[in-house]
Design a protein around this ligand. Structure first.
Ligand code: PEP
Length: 248
């Protein structure tokens, strides 16, 4: 049985004092859950979030990293730096990174490999645009993105990878994929992983749905056979909503 995982993505929101009080509140609310609870916070909140989340069941992640360990990359943060703080997870290839910062499948693959090399667990995002869905090529898009993101990894490494299916048209728009469509898309990702790494890996890998997950739709989405939880943007900024999603 795969574990349920709920990961929040705060994006470019929350100052350190806000992060601290959010995590203090959430820690009490979710102290009994068996679900994996992750908060992916801005770099500037990492240190305070890690301290506040100590001895709670909230895990802390970053939202991006560079693939090199160090060097002349002004403004960048490496996996080694994240690991040195005690960070456990890192989002890789979020559609906002692909869209605004021109991250290609090749870059996503390099970052995924670098995350694993530094003992970070990557949450690798894939998802089609509205145009791609309307032309009926969504399955081809997401299976190709999955294949390329995970290329060159071995089975053992896959145990520490989470995939997030996030249709771009559903992110921050209030539009959610129907639970059936999301489940179908995630099944196609699982099939691709089975082709590339075998059935044992495809059946054990955690695959999340992301795109306007909220308290009202989380229960139905998370009850689908292939959806192992959610990557949550907007609703992870409100502690009461995020609690409801985690407990859904
Ligand atoms: C996200 O940022 O990964 C996301 C899914 O955002 P939202 O929940 O706001 O759609």
């Amino acid at each position: 049985m795969r574990k349920k995982v709920i990961a929040g993505n705060w994006k470019m929101n929350m100052l350190p004092n806000e992060a601290i009080s959010f995590i203090e509140k959430l820690a009490h609310m979710v102290e009994k859950t068996e679900n994996e609870v992750i908060l992916c916070v801005p770099y500037t909140d990492l240190f305070y979030s890690l301290l506040t989340a100590q001895n709670t069941n909230i895990k802390i992640g970053a939202q991006n990293m560079h693939w090199e360990e160090k060097g002349a990359y002004t403004g960048e943060i490496s996996g080694k730096m994240l690991k040195s703080l005690g960070v456990e997870y890192v989002i890789i290839g979020h559609s906002e990174r692909r869209q605004y910062f021109l991250e290609t499948d090749e870059i996503v693959n390099k970052k995924t490999k670098a995350a694993l090399k530094n003992e970070l667990k990557p949450i690798v995002c894939v998802g089609e645009t509205l145009e791609q869905r309307e032309t009926g090529i969504q399955e081809q898009v997401i299976t190709t993105q999955t294949k390329l993101a995970l290329e060159g990894l071995d089975k053992e490494q896959l145990q520490n990878v989470i995939v997030a299916y996030e249709p771009v048209w559903a992110i921050g728009t209030g539009k959610t994929a129907t639970s059936e469509d999301a489940n179908e898309a995630i099944k196609s990702i699982r099939n691709q992983i089975e082709k590339d790494f075998g059935r044992d890996v495809s059946e054990s890998i955690i695959i999340l749905y992301g795109g306007s997950v909220k308290p009202e739709n989380s229960k139905e989405l998370f009850s689908m056979s292939d959806i192992d939880g959610g990557l949550v943007g907007g609703a992870s900024l409100k502690v009461d909503d995020f609690e409801k999603i985690i407990l859904a």
